[in-house]
Design a protein around this ligand. Structure first.
Ligand SMILES: Nc1ncnc2c1ncn2[C@@H]1O[C@H](COP(=O)(O)OP(=O)(O)OP(=O)(O)O)[C@@H](O)[C@H]1O
Ligand SMILES: Nc1ncnc2c1ncn2[C@@H]1O[C@H](COP(=O)(O)OP(=O)(O)OP(=O)(O)O)[C@@H](O)[C@H]1O
Ligand SMILES: [Mg+2]
Ligand SMILES: [Mg+2]
Lengths: 254, 254
């Protein structure tokens, strides 16, 4: 059955969606069967892979109106499927709070389709609310994108705290997949300082691959394509291909 | 009594905190009495102005343990006070849902100190949950930072929708203060495309001042200072001073 990886960080704009789309697409390019689950009401992963027709979304699955299987949508890329999000998921946050075992809803939804995939990546919203809690409870591990900026360091302690709480109360086997540095700009002293700090704190949990700031990455979602389809020769595509290779390397023994 | 402006956008990392800190500091430099209210559990506005000793935060005010006046902290800058945030505000989101008239809690808290200031700016978290709802209900107007990136355009419709809902149900006089373009990079075609789109959509509600991407802006919070104290000659400081001037110009008749 698939390994489930949540891509989470409550700090906004650090590259969660960009990483979810591009690690999913790059690993799919290595012919692994991949499901991308978008649980952010902003639905950026959904539009970022060019999916606009979404008859069934994660909303209907979480509130129990539809089966998980019915929500799976084929993307423009072989080996890459998606469960789309929708803006009405904002309402679900309050609705889910009333459910029994509300932290386990996504976990049980994904268990029914887990055998169809090798890896499932979950794109989380910028908060530590009930949706991210569901992702952390459903996941085997968490990949944490950290932007090479000052504010990005501040929230890491709270995120690790929350991961510990989830491990103790809801999901004992939740592991740290790793920490990924994003939007690195080699011209900036600030970027180098952040890398040093994060290396000290995380050691070998820090991915060796660093994602550089690259305009082709920020252009690709407006074309509804992952970077390796939009511009395979760009620095951004090379970075995410290297990330996919490192990810598969670290998961070889699984 | 003070005019209250919420700085909101559920998209993460678009420059809400950077704008809250720097418009507050630049308007304070014009000797207006300013209160910055940080209601984001990440507490980036709080650390960004160098406030680390926070005996009372917005958390104690919202749950009713402390008076608003007790939470006001002087910053290192004349005319600029802050009500700090704290990471335990994450818990308040669920707590507040149980309160009666839960959308009005911040509004009544701020009413008690409104006469002490000319302007009050509220830095919101990247979500449309109960904390942002409180800010929109307390505010006279909303300033919306929009990053010059594709994903930043996607969420605008939902935000305007939410503002309408708040206006109809909780705060009939809520107006749009304006839309501010942030992290503009003149070398990128993408930036120019976003500016064109936003101009078409918002007309004269779009601030003429555009905030350019400027590394001194992203360095300043690590020194606990607004940009005009960290590097007054930088492009970033000039942009935020121009923004403060335009803001005061637009509010001259108030
Ligand atoms: N390596 C990169 N180079 C250039 N731009 C990037 C890079 N990574 C992400 N971006 C851009 O930065 C912005 C923020 O990234 P993204 O939306 O992926 O972050 P996020 O963490 O998912 O945000 P949110 O917290 O709102 O969910 C987007 O406009 C994206 O296109
Ligand atoms: N004009 C700018 N030039 C360079 N960097 C900037 C600029 N504005 C903001 N930044 C940096 O971009 C990052 C995101 O900005 P900021 O934290 O203010 O956004 P936010 O909308 O408050 O994020 P969140 O959604 O997490 O609250 C920060 O690291 C900040 O220092
Ligand atoms: Mg995202
Ligand atoms: Mg912020």
């Amino acid at each position: 059955p698939a390994k489930i990886i949540a891509i989470a960080n409550q700090k906004g704009g650090v590259g969660k969606t960009t990483t979810a789309i591009n690690i999913a697409a790059s690993v799919a390019a290595a012919e692994k069967r991949i499901l991308l689950v978008d649980i952010d009401p902003q639905a950026n992963s959904t539009s970022g892979v060019g999916v606009f027709d979404t008859p069934v979304t994660i909303y209907e699955v979480l509130v129990g109106i539809k089966d998980t299987k019915e929500s799976i949508i084929k993307t423009g890329m072989p080996y890459l499927d998606i469960i789309a999000s929708h803006i009405n998921l904002v309402g679900a946050e309050v609705e889910l709070l009333g459910f029994e075992k509300r932290e386990y809803i996504l976990r049980s939804s994904l268990n029914t389709i887990r055998d169809l995939y090798d890896y499932i990546f979950i794109d989380c919203p910028p908060s530590l609310g009930i949706l991210t809690l569901n992702a952390l409870t459903a996941a085997d591990s968490v990949l944490i994108p950290v932007q090479c900026e000052y504010f990005a360091l501040e929230g890491l302690g709270k995120l690790l705290n929350t991961i510990n709480i989830v491990r103790q109360n809801y999901n004992p086997s939740l592991a740290l997949e790793g920490v990924l540095l994003t939007m690195y700009d080699s011209r900036l002293r600030l970027s180098a300082q952040i890398v040093e700090e994060v290396e000290k704190y995380f050691g070998d949990k820090l991915y060796k691959t660093i994602i550089h700031r690259n305009v082709r990455i920020s252009e690709s979602p407006s074309h509804g394509k992952p970077i390796i389809l939009y511009d395979a020769l760009s620095v951004g595509a090379k970075n995410y291909i290297a990330l996919a290779q490192e990810f598969l390397e670290r998961n070889r023994t699984d």
